[in-house]
Structure formats: C-alpha cells, structure tokens
Design a protein around this ligand. Structure first.
Ligand code: ATP
Ligand code: MG
Length: 402
C-alpha cells in the first residue's frame, strides 16, 4: 500500500528520514502515527525507527538529546521539530512481566516490528509513502480488528501491560478484539497484578476518555480482567451499570469526571482511599472526590451557593454533565447565576483576616477567633454580609455580644 498524500506531520519530518538514509542507514516512521495516518485520524507523536545505533544517530545530526539512550532513543532537534529516533531493537528477556531485562539493538526492521504489540501498531512507513506491513495489519485495519503480533499468549506473558493497551485501543479505535487475542488477554489477566499501577491507570484513563469507551469497558468487563485491577475485583454488575447508565453517545469531558462516574457506579464510600490505591496525585484525588460529593448532594438538592463556593463552578458543571447524560434534571443557568452572585470565591478575598482582628480590634488568636472568621466567611458566601471592613467589624461585634 502506498499513502499518496502524506500527512503534514510526516512531510515535515521527511528530511530526517532522508538524512539518515544518506548516512547509509534505514529509517522509517513507525507505531501509532502510521496506523492513524492510514485511518485518516489526527496524528500525535511521530516516531522514527532506524538501523543506526544511538551513537551513530548522534553523529548524523547537530542537535540531539540523550533521552533514553539505553533503550536506543535519541531526541533530534531538526526540521523545526523534535523527533524521537529509536534504534531497531528486540526485547528478549522479560522480568516481572513488564520490563524487558535488556534490549538488543539490531539492524533489521523486521525484528523491530515483531516486538510490537498489535498488528495495526506494527506498520512502518518509508519516505516514498510505502507502508510496510509484515503481519497483515492492513487487513485487520479494514476489518477493524485488534490482533496481537505473533502468538498472543506469549506476547501478553512477556508484557501484561499489553492487555490494558488492548482494551484501550478497542476504545480509541472502535475495534473488535480478535478471538485468539481476546482469549489470551483473558487467560493472562491475573498478570495485571504484577505491572505498575501507574501504567494501568494511564491505560484505563485513556480508555475512559476515548470516544468508544463503552466498547473498551465492555471488553474489559467480558474478559474479567477488572478482577486484577486495584479496587475493582467483583465489580461485574457495577461496571456494567457504569457502561449503561449514560445516553448513547456520551463521552466524559475530563479524567476527573470519568473517574468520579466510575466511583459513583461502584458506590465507593471513600474516594480518596480508592484513588490512593491507583497511585493518583493528591490533587486528582481531591478533584474527583469533589465531583463525587457534589453529585451525591445534588441527588437530593438544587445546587446552592455554599456548594459552588466550596467546590467551584467547574465541578458543578461536570456534575450537571453527568446528570444530563443520565436523563436527570439539570440547571446550568442556576449554577451560572449563583456563581455570579458569589461576592468571594476564596477566603483570601475576605478583606478582614486574623491579623487585622488582632491589630485593629485587639483580639487574641485562638479557636474562638477561628470560629468567628468561619462565621464571617459563611455569611459573606450566603450573601448576608458585605465584604467590607466596617460591615465585617459590626458583624463580629454583634457575634461577640451574643
Ligand atoms: P497512541 O496513539 O496512544 O500514541 P501508539 O500506538 O502510538 O498509541 P504508544 O504507546 O505511543 O502507542 O507506542 C508507540 C508504539 O510502540 C506502538 O504503536 C507499538 O508499536 C509500540 N509499543 C508501545 N508499547 C508497547 C508494548 N507494551 N509492547 C509492544 N509494543 C509496544
Ligand atoms: Mg504514540
């Protein structure tokens, strides 16, 4: 197959391929960008594979950065861009079902393509636009099939992350997983416990944010692999309810919203604890917990000022987005109006703080003062008190006389 109109990302990088070839080596575009170009999908990172060894690659270009030289990757700054150029390699010995113990650099493109996970990820594209397809990936692309390169069970045994990648690609590409590949994903799913949680998170997160996330989630559910992911064991029915509780074409607007929906479907009592097991950042834990809390409150109440103040307008919008997709009542205008009516969005905007009270009213620091300031904050948020010094001082004096 020949691609007649190379996407601009490839056009721009052609001088790199040519330069490597002129130096006496082979060079190709490889990986997901070739797949996406054939599918007419937008391209992100352009990966280049070459027969030149890293030290040789560095000789060819003026500006290079060693970003992963032990894996054979050199970053080249040229042709107005940054390109990762990786030496053809094989990954022979795998330890802990994830990282190859060592990579060997090789001169053969075929060897390099063999180590790749799925046939549709194992294309190479040369500078004339010819697609090199060693594993009938073009056939699979036409049939929308995701098939492991080589013997599926061996490939998942080598690297269990490929199982998660498989679910993820089903969700991003709207592909069906070929039967033998799916059976091997199923039987090797227990190995998911051995791979890094952070890597599983990235794949699961990409799955949830993908346009065909319901398809990806379905294969994850059908495979039973969720049993080996943090806090998801025995969640068959609840994961199904996550898949089925939204309108047909609904897509999550952010990772935070997606994970909040997952936690709500699982009826998780302590979102932070749950997300800690997934080794997410504390900011992410906080943001997801806020959506979950807001959503649960919203099941029984309209949105109100204290809630918008506490969690923010964005959080409220994400909650309404979930509600809308579930056919529940929504009120975006109310959120907008309440937010506009809020005279402060953060307690630091209050013109009086502890320091002012000590200096100007001679008050003593302590729990009593903290309580007073909390009362001031609440009254301002509710709109019962204006955010100016005179009114706040009056309010405090009144409170102290009670
Ligand atoms: P995306 O569009 O999300 O970037 P991608 O196919 O480019 O998807 P990457 O994770 O960027 O995926 O990896 C680039 C290529 O490297 C893949 O297309 C595949 O050929 C190969 N690859 C990546 N991870 C693995 C793996 N765990 N096992 C085998 N091959 C892999
Ligand atoms: Mg990629």
């Amino acid at each position: 197959m020949k691609l007649n109109n190379l996407p601009s990302e490839f056009q721009k990088a052609l001088p790199i391929l040519k330069k490597i070839r002129q130096a006496g080596y082979e060079a190709y575009f490889v990986g997901g960008s070739v797949r996406d170009a054939i599918l007419n999908r937008p391209i992100h990172d352009v990966d280049i594979a070459t027969s030149s060894y890293p030290e040789e690659t560095k000789q060819i270009f003026n500006r290079t950065v060693d970003i992963g030289i032990e894996h054979g990757t050199v970053l080249v700054l040229e042709a107005g861009g940054e390109y990762e150029i990786t030496t053809f390699r094989t990954e022979d010995v795998y330890v802990d079902y994830r990282r190859p113990q060592s990579v060997s650099f090789v001169r053969s493109l075929d060897e390099d393509l063999k180590r790749r996970d799925f046939t549709v990820n194992a294309f190479a594209l040369d500078e004339t636009g010819t697609v090199i397809d060693k594993f009938n990936g073009l056939d699979d692309l036409n049939k929308h099939l995701l098939r492991a390169v080589g013997v599926p069970s061996e490939r998942f045994n080598e690297d269990a992350l490929r199982i998660m990648r498989g679910f993820r690609f089903a969700a991003t590409l709207d592909f069906t997983i070929e039967t033998e590949t799916f059976e091997a994903m199923k039987s090797h799913a227990p190995l998911l416990e051995k791979i890094s949680v952070e890597r599983s998170f990235i794949e699961f997160d990409k799955l949830l944010l993908a346009p065909f996330w319901k398809k990806g989630l379905s294969v994850l559910i059908d495979s039973g692999a969720y049993d080996y992911l943090p806090n998801l064991a025995d969640s068959y029915g609840k994961l199904q309810s996550l898949r089925d509780c939204f309108s047909k074409d609904f897509c999550f607007a952010s990772s935070e919203q997606a994970w909040a929906a997952l936690l709500l479907a699982l009826d998780v009592k302590d979102p932070k604890e749950f997300l800690k097991k997934w080794k997410t950042s504390s900011q992410f834990q906080k943001d997801v917990s806020a959506i979950v809390a807001f959503y649960r409150y919203r099941l029984k109440h309209e949105a109100d000022k204290p809630l918008i103040y506490k969690f923010g307008k964005e959080c409220a919008y994400l909650v309404e987005g979930l509600r809308q997709a579930q056919g529940l009542s929504v009120n975006f205008e109310r959120i907008e109006q309440l937010d506009q009516e809020l005279t402060i969005h953060d307690k630091h905007e209050i013109v009086v703080n502890g320091g002012v009270l000590i200096k100007e009213l001679g008050m003593k620091p302590g729990p009593k003062m903290g309580k007073l300031l909390k009362g001031v904050e609440e009254a301002i948020v509710l709109g019962d008190l204006a955010n100016n010094k005179a009114d706040i001082f009056n309010y405090i004096k009144e409170m102290m006389n009670v």
